[in-house]
Structure formats: C-alpha cells, structure tokens
Design a protein around this ligand. Sequence first.
Ligand code: ACM
Length: 554
Amino acid sequence: MKRILLIIALFAPICSRAAKEIVPQIVPAPQSIEMTKGSLKLKGIYINCDPALDARTVKAVKVFADRLSLVSGKTSSVASPVGLAASVDKGGRLSGLYFISDTRLAPESYELSISKKYAVVRVGDYNGALYALQTLRQMLPESIYGSTPDPSAKWSIPCCEIKDSPRFGYRGILLDCCRHFFSVEQVKKVLDVMYIFKLNRLHWHLTDDQGWRVEIDKYPKLTEIGAFRNGTMVGRDWDSNDGIRHGGYYTKEQIRDIVSYAAERGITVIPEIDLPGHMLAALASYPDLGCAGSAPYEVWSRWGVSKQVLNVGKEETMRFLEDICSEVAELFPGEYFNIGGDECPRDEWKTDPDCQAKIKELGLVTDEKASAEARLQNYVTARMQKFLASRGKKIIGWDEILEGELAEGATVMSWRGTSGGIKAASMGYDVIMSPNTYCYLDYAQSADLDNEPLGITRDPKRAVTLSKLYHYEPYDDLPAAAVGRILGVQCNLWTEYIATPEHLEYMLLPRLMALSEVQWCNADNKDYERFLSCLSGHELPILELLGYNYRKLD
Ligand code: ACM
C-alpha cells in the first residue's frame, strides 16, 4: 500500500505556484516550459532508475551522474535498477532524481517535473532519455560539460515543468568527407555537438569525384587508388594544383566504431554512395566501368562535377554498384541508405554504345517529361532501390531522382531550393528539406564576403546567415495535404573550400544551433531574440569549454 501511495505521489503533478523565475537557457527550446518557485539541489543527489528502463538508458544516466559527481565534488549515485519504493528515503519522503519509463510518450519525447525536493523524468525511449539528460545539463553550470572540478558553482536546477518532443523525426547534418578528408576524431567531435543540440541523423557523404572514403573488400583499388588525389586546386583557380597528395579513407572497423559512437548519442549514421555521377574516384580505380572514349581517369583535383560518369549500360557496372552497396549496407544498421543521384551529367551516355543499347532494350524514349538518358538514370535508381530493399534499406536521393519516373517508397532530399521538396511531397513521397537557399553550411555566414573565409559562392545574396537559417520554415508554400510528408530538415556541410577542422567547426557553429531550433521547435515556439540570448549567455561558453571553433555573433 505504501508503495502504491508513493508511486501515486510520483506521478501526481508537482504542486507549485507560478513564479517569475529566470528561464533556463536551453537550445533547442523545449516545446513547453513552465517555471515554478525554487530550485532543486543536484549536488550529491540520489538518482533512481525505473526497472523498466533498458540497460543503455541506465548507462547514459550513470554517465551523467559520474560527470555531475566529478564536477560538483560530491557523489551522485544511481540505483540501478531498483524498485521505486526501495529508493524512497527513511522519512517516507521522496527525494532525488527519478527516471521513469513512460511508453505513452511519443518517440524521442520526455517530461521533466522538478520540485524543491525531487525531480521526475519521464522518458518514452532511449533518445527521450538522452534529450532529458541534455536538457538537465543545459540547466546546470557550463562546467558540467568539462572534467574540471567546480564545486563552488551552483549545482541546482530551477523548479519547472517541461514537456518536450521534437517537431521533426529527421534532424540531420550532412558531412562531406570526400572533398576533404576528416579524421575519425573529428567526425566524433561533430557527433558530440550534434548530440548536445538533439540532432539525430548524420548523413555521411563518403564517395565523390575527389575521393573514395569507404573500404570495400571486393574492390580494394577504391581505397588504394580512389582515396587519394594528386593535389588540389588552389583557391578559385581551376587550372591550378597545389601538388600536395590529399586523401584517406575509413576502414570498416573505424566505420563500425563511428556508427556505434553515434548510436550511443541517439544518432543514426546514413551513408551516401553518390551514383551514377560523382564517381570519378571509382572510375580512376576501375576504368573498365567507364563509357566509351572517356578514359583516362584521375581522382579529381578540382571542384565542380566531372562529366565522366559510370557506364550504367553495362551489367558489370550495375553489379559493381550492388556489391558496393551490399558491403556498405552491412556497416550501417539504420533503415535508410542514400544513393545520391544528383548532378549526373548524361552526355557520355548519349554516345556510349552500351548505354544506348540499354536504352533500346528497356524501350526508353525521350518525351516532353524526360530524356531517354534521364530515364536511364531512373532505371539505375529503381534498380538500386529494389536491391537495397532486399538488404532491408529504403533509399533517399537528391531531388534529381524525381526527374522522369520515381518508384514509390523513395525519399527525396530537396536541395535545389524548396521546389523539389514541395513537388515530391505533393506527389506523396517522403521528403527531407535541405534547400541550398537556407541549409548550405558551405555558404558564407555573412554578406560581407571580404571578411569571411573563401567559400563556394561569391554572391553575397546567397549568404546563409544565422538569422536566415533560424527563420527557415519548412512548411512554407507546401499544400496542407503534403505537410505530413516532411520527415525533417538537414543542413549540408560540403567541404570543397574547407580543409581544416577549425574551418569545419567555424562553418558549422553556431549555425548548427539555429538548425536545431528549426528541426526541434514548433514554429510558434521559436524566438530569435531568446535564441541569441541563450547563445551568448550559455551555449557559446559551452562550445568554448569544449574547444570548438565557432563564428562569433555579429
Ligand atoms: C548537391 O549539393 N549537389 C546535393
């Protein structure tokens, strides 16, 4: 009976008077936060985990508790997992921090109910628990993110009621490790900052004209030859070459390590094998897969898109793609696989005998909707979609895959502005909005280009400022019936002009935080002034403490 009463007490709303308190500086802002009076001391708090929580959630809670103990100078222990009643104090009063599994909550959701004596954290699933922990961290002094003891800081959190869940299930960042190669440690550093701001998808661009970055057992030359280029163009001089060999690749073991590191942080890594264009590094490795008269091939030292593309008229090429995707699919447990499909020049297919024979065999015609060569790309997309389905994967492709015919079940990533996404969603395809007009992190952060690093665009009107990204509304111009098709939003960090970790972080931050509010917050819950004040008051010092380079606010 006592146990029942205690449990009822736990689930009852915490009695409180509304009070004007300083609202904690949390990014992305929770959907609902109601401040009440007082605060709860977390220093040396006892943390109770519901037995229904799974082992990895309890582990995440322990990571939090250990860090809290270290920085606050007093041990916070975790009861793992014990019955709730067993963890109530001698006086029968509740105290401590209670983590409770509440499967009524939507995916990735959580609720925090904090009173002066105790706090109840309800989580629907693993990501919900991670995000509750991130919100708790953001309510604490910044030193919670470090490992330096800071016992004199105020280790308490304000009393409040938070109900939180993401607006979108897909909250991504694309990282291009082809144009410039980045180490495993740097990829993990990107994952770390994504985790702080509740992003949950890393779209990993692993193959391109300028470098092949994933180890494939069946085709070792892809990494022996395709992973390295003999120099890189200098600045904007297309005919120059710095003569410095550049490259690298990730072994399968490193990829598994990154995938598991990401999963621990609630992030799914989605590989992109960009096909059938953007394949020069593969062609340099296996020239027989090219079109007639196209060779020789060399891993590209310049930016842009090579006209040399795969000969998809040959069955051998299609088997090569299937073999690669099969090995890559095994490394990434998520449900999606990105097959690229963007910017494929089809000129070589017009004269290649194999491609023309394939066009004839398939009965592909040029009409007002699409050319026969565009339809040949449709054939490649459909075939890869079917193949990947046999490996348990759904495909995502850039909005070019919509040209001509696209089979049901594909997800379209809208990058050439928003129109492709609007069209695809209206046609009933799932869509991820990633318009270059708002979401390209390789574009300058200010129109004052002279004071920004050299970047991909010289047009000041195309700058993606913090404010511009923050104010992006993914439902704009979308018919009401198509709204449900928008899975989420992604920003893309292409790296043609980004060669160092410092520059990478500068382009990513703090725009990633603006993105996090676009992805997480309902439109009526965004407030740029509040966001900026959170950044300067709390979030940028966190980046500082963690050693990230970021662009200072204007
Ligand atoms: C792209 O930026 N080519 C998707």
